[in-house]
Design a protein around this ligand. Structure first.
Ligand SMILES: Cc1ncc(COP(=O)(O)O)c(C=O)c1O
Length: 357
C-alpha cells in the first residue's frame, strides 16, 4: 500500500460546519471569520489576527501594511518556499537573499546584518518546517533602525509554547492554512500583529483600502480584495479545536523517526528544540537522490527539498549560499502529518534502517 508524505484529518465535523455556515447564510467574510480571528490571536498571545485567502496573501498583506514600494530592499533566506520572496518582489522591492545557519535551515541573523543597506525596509525570517528563526535576537540587533521584521510562519502555526510561539516576536507574522499545514481549510491564512496602526492599515488594505464598504465615498488607500470566507472559517474553527491533538501527533511522529534513526550511517536529523513542532519529518542523508528512489520503488512518497531561491534570476545575490546549498542537496521530507497512522511511520523507519545496511 502506498504511503503518502502527508495525511491530515478532515471529516464529518468540518463538513457539517461548512454546511451550517451555508444554510445560515454565513458565506463571505463575517461572524465566523471574526470568531476564528479572535481565537487565533488569543491562542498566539497577539493583540490582532487578520484572516486572508492564503499564506501567500498573508505575506503580501504584511508587505503592503509596512508600505513596501519600488526601491526598497527586503532580505529573506535563500532556503524557503518561494512565496516568501514573491510578495515583496511583486510590490517592486529588490529581494536580497541571505544564507541560512549551518545546522538548521533558518536565516542566520548575524550574517543578515552584513546585507543591510540604507534601502533595507524589512527582513523576513522564515520558521521553516516549525523550526524557529531567532527573531528575538534580530529585533534586538535592529533596534532603532526602523527596519521591520515580518516573520513568515506559514509552516509554523502552533510551533512553540505560550509566549514563545513562532512569529510572536515579529512586527507582523504570517501563517498558512494550506492542505500541508498543521491545520487546514484547503486554502487560507492570516497575519498577526500587536501594533494598532499596522492592524488598522492591513484591515483597510484587504478591503480595497476602505474602512467600510457601505460608506465607500471616501477612498483612502489603494488596497485589494483579500477577504477570507465564513465557509472556510467554519471549517477552520473545527480544525482549530483539534490543535492540541495535532501538535501531539506531529511531535510523536518526529520523535519516532529521531529515536529509531539515531546512530545510522548516512542519515541524520536536524537539531530541533523540545517545543518546536516539525510539521513534516525531515532527515539529512548523504545520497538523497538514491534514497528517494529506493523509497519510491517501495511505494513510499518522499518530497525533496525545494531548490534554493538563488536559482531564480530575479532575486539579488550578494553573498554565498553554502549552507542553503547543503540543505537543498541532502534534505528529504518523510511521510508524516497529524493523521498519518503510526504503522506507516514504522514501515518507513524500517525501510530507512534497511537502506543503511
Ligand atoms: C514558508 C512559506 N511561505 C509562504 C507560503 C504560502 O502559503 P500558501 O500556500 O497558503 O499561499 C508557504 C506555503 O507552503 C510556505 O511554506
Amino acid at each position: 500500500m502506498r504511503i503518502n508524505t502527508w495525511n491530515i484529518s478532515l471529516g464529518e465535523k468540518e463538513a457539517q460546519a461548512a454546511y451550517d455556515s451555508i444554510m445560515e447564510r454565513n458565506l463571505s467574510e463575517g461572524v465566523k471569520v471574526k470568531e476564528l480571528e479572535e481565537k487565533l490571536a488569543k491562542f498566539l498571545g497577539r493583540k490582532y489576527a487578520v484572516c486572508v485567502p492564503n499564506g501567500s496573501s498573508a505575506v503580501l498583506l504584511a508587505m503592503m501594511g509596512i508600505g513596501i514600494k519600488p526601491g526598497d530592499e527586503v532580505i529573506i533566506p535563500d532556503f524557503t518556499f518561494i512565496a516568501t520572496g514573491h510578495a515583496p518582489k511583486l510590490l517592486g522591492a529588490d529581494v536580497v537573499l541571505a544564507d541560512v545557519c549551518e545546522e538548521v535551515p533558518v536565516i542566520n541573523v548575524d550574517k543578515v546584518m552584513d546585507l543591510i543597506t540604507s534601502r533595507t525596509k524589512a527582513i523576513i525570517p522564515v520558521h521553516l518546517n516549525g523550526r524557529h528563526a531567532d527573531t528575538r535576537k534580530l529585533k534586538d540587533l535592529l533596534k532603532g533602525s526602523g527596519i521591520y521584521v515580518v516573520d513568515d510562519a506559514c509552516q509554523a502555526f502552533a510551533s512553540g509554547t505560550v509566549g514563545n510561539y513562532a512569529g510572536c516576536d515579529a512586527d507582523i507574522a504570517c501563517y498558512s492554512f494550506a492542505v500541508t499545514k498543521i491545520m487546514t481549510t484547503a486554502q487560507g491564512g492570516f497575519v498577526t500583529t500587536d501594533d494598532d496602526e499596522l492592524y488598522n492599515r492591513m484591515k483597510k488594505l484587504k478591503m480595497q483600502g476602505m474602512d467600510n464598504i457601505f460608506e465607500s465615498n471616501l477612498y483612502q488607500l489603494a488596497g485589494f480584495n483579500l477577504k477570507y470566507t465564513d465557509i472556510l472559517a467554519s471549517i477552520g474553527l473545527v480544525q482549530f479545536s483539534k490543535i492540541d491533538e495535532k501538535v501531539k501527533k506531529s511531535k510523536e511522529h518526529y520523535q519516532m523517526y529521531k529515536t529509531s534513526l539515531a546512530g545510522l550511517k548516512n542519515i541524520s536529523m536536524i537539531p530541533t528544540k523540545e517545543n518546536e513542532v516539525v510539521y513534516t519529518p525531515d532527515i539529512l542523508c548523504s545520497d538523497s537522490v538514491g534514497l528517494r528512489k529506493f523509497l519510491e520503488d517501495k511505494e513510499i512518497q518522499v518530497r525533496p527539498a525545494g531548490a534554493c531561491l538563488h536559482n531564480a534570476d530575479y532575486f539579488e545575490k550578494r553573498t554565498t549560499y553554502n549552507n542553503a546549498n547543503y540543505f537543498e542537496k541532502h534534505l528529504l521530507y518523510m511521510p508524516g502529518g497529524p493523521d498519518q497512522p503510526n504503522e506507516n511511520i514504522q514501515e518507513v523507519i524500517k525501510l530507512l534502517q534497511e537502506s543503511c545496511i
